[in-house]
Design a protein around this ligand. Structure first.
Ligand SMILES: [Fe+2]
Length: 484
């Protein structure tokens, strides 16, 4: 069995839900100064009611929480009870189409079925006193941070209701709230976006103040529904979007002919249009075709140049097809290369340079430096000399020195590292990385605490069950206790 097959099989079902279970520390010791909660989100099922999902992005969101307190770690996990999840559980069969999976039963079962499942599986956010499970195609779900109970589908007091027109409302009643918001480190304002489909495709910008009050700050008409997963915010307020010429053919998807992912039209050879949106208006730049899921960070230099760091891939990866993965067919690991773009005043074409040859993804950086000059990026990554299909390590990029450090975990697979600054630290890389690994031979998912400076192990805790490593998490410097 390939490592990918082993991993997918191990994570096919996550049926157990745990509440505050203390994890066994199998190596090292958890520092007492590491006090708070790591929340993670990702698909907990790779199949549902006996029907295999076709795509990695489709599985129902499952929140996991790791509470670090006085050198102990307590683990909880719960599926997000979206209304679709609850209805499917009650019906005992799949009722909704997903991003990459049509309903079993052929054309007529999917024809004109325009209600998609809100998978609630991509990221988790704590802001304004609320814990939210995020999914870029619809509304967030509000979660109790202590019990992980799903409280409600959350529209920010009506701000996310689509009332642009009757057609827009029919096609997409919920304005999407993307899974990659950026928190301004000085103002505490959360910035985010959504790509809304309808009679008119729109890119919407949102702001949520520190008390949790949201508003739409910008509506940008777009000629297509681009696949836009992430963006960059500068501390001065520039919102930078890469509109990659990969767009959903929405009528094919909505009519049920194809799941949305199969309706994606790629136009290699066409330029990426870069939009810079701020209080002054919209500026446009261009660059060559590639695909980007994630940006690390970006900032404005003193000369007005905007610097944007992204993980670029040659094209949209087709390798998240689960059928292919389960069958053991070769996949490309969908890892990018860290690339820096320079958007220079008066130069319509962005200049770019590759910063490291290491295949890598899922970036982490110091949260106080969002939108500001910064030095370090961590991520999952691998030594290019290995030429592996999958990613088996952790990388640290020193952008000032142009150095890449790498730690090998082969044959284990590594998930997104989350950086936690050490309380009172004065150095940018003084802190911990928290991540999950899956070891195929030991058949074990583990939680690792690394020293972010040199990637050495601080502690390893054994998980009571497998959970998929994929997607995103967040650190909250607070431990939540369940209500009495
Ligand atoms: Fe993402």
């Amino acid at each position: 069995m390939t490592i990918l097959q082993h991993y997918l099989e191990a994570n096919r079902h996550v049926n157990e839900e745990h509440q505050s279970q203390e994890l066994r520390i199998v190596e090292g010791a958890v520092p007492e100064a590491l006090h708070g909660t790591l929340f993670r989100n990702g698909p907990g099922h790779l199949e549902h009611q006996g029907v295999g999902y076709q795509h990695l992005f489709d599985g129902d969101g499952m929140i996991s929480a790791f509470a670090f307190e006085q050198g102990r770690v307590r683990y909880s996990n719960r599926f997000v009870r979206t209304k679709e999840f609850v209805a499917e559980e009650q019906a005992g069969r799949m009722l909704y189409r997903s991003f990459g999976t049509n309903l079993p039963g052929g054309f007529w079962r999917n024809f004109m079925k325009m209600n998609f499942k809100n998978a609630a599986n991509t990221n988790v956010l704590y802001h304004g006193g609320e814990l939210l499970a995020l999914w870029e195609g619809g509304w967030p779900h509000r979660i109790d941070p202590a019990t992980l109970e799903t409280l409600e589908r959350y529209d920010y007091g009506g701000v996310l209701r689509n009332d642009f027109s009757k057609i827009d409302e029919l096609i997409m009643p919920e304005l999407p709230f993307a899974a990659h918001p950026r928190l301004h480190p000085d103002t505490g304002v959360l910035h985010n976006f959504g790509t809304a489909s309808g009679a008119q495709q729109r890119l919407l910008l949102y702001e949520v103040d520190a008390q949790g009050t949201a508003r739409i700050t910008h509506r940008q008409k777009m000629e297509a529904l681009y696949f836009t997963h992430d963006y960059v915010l500068t501390a001065q307020g520039q919102h930078i979007f890469f509109l990659i010429p990969i767009s959903f053919q929405i009528w094919q998807a909505f009519l049920g002919l194809k799941p949305p992912v199969d309706s994606l039209q790629r136009q290699p050879g066409q330029d990426i249009k870069i939009l810079v949106i701020d209080g002054q208006g919209v500026q446009e730049y261009h660059t060559d075709y590639c695909f980007i899921f994630h940006f690390a960070n970006g900032y404005k230099q003193e000369d007005g140049t905007l610097v944007v760091d992204a993980f670029t891939m040659p094209d949209f990866p087709l390798s998240f097809n689960l059928k292919q993965g389960f069958s053991g067919e070769e996949v490309d690991g969908a890892a990018g290369k860290l690339t820096r773009y320079y958007l220079e005043p008066g130069q319509p074409r962005a200049r770019r340079e590759q910063l490291s040859p290491y295949p890598s993804e899922f970036p982490a950086y110091h949260p106080a430096l969002t939108g500001k000059p910064y030095r370090y990026v961590w991520g999952i990554g691998d030594d290019p000399a290995n030429g592996r299909e999958l990613v088996h390590g952790i990388v640290k990029f020193d952008l000032e020195q142009g150095k890449t450090e790498w730690r090998d975990y082969y044959p284990a697979l590594t998930g997104e590292p989350v950086f936690v600054p050490r309380p009172g630290a004065t150095q940018e890389d003084d802190g911990w990385l928290l991540l999950l690994t899956f070891h195929p031979e030991a058949d074990q998912t583990s939680l690792h605490v690394l020293d972010a400076r040199d990637l050495s192990t601080v502690a390893i805790a054994a998980m009571p069950h497998h959970i998929p490593l994929v997607f995103h998490g967040t650190w909250v410097p607070e431990v939540f206790s369940a209500p009495e």
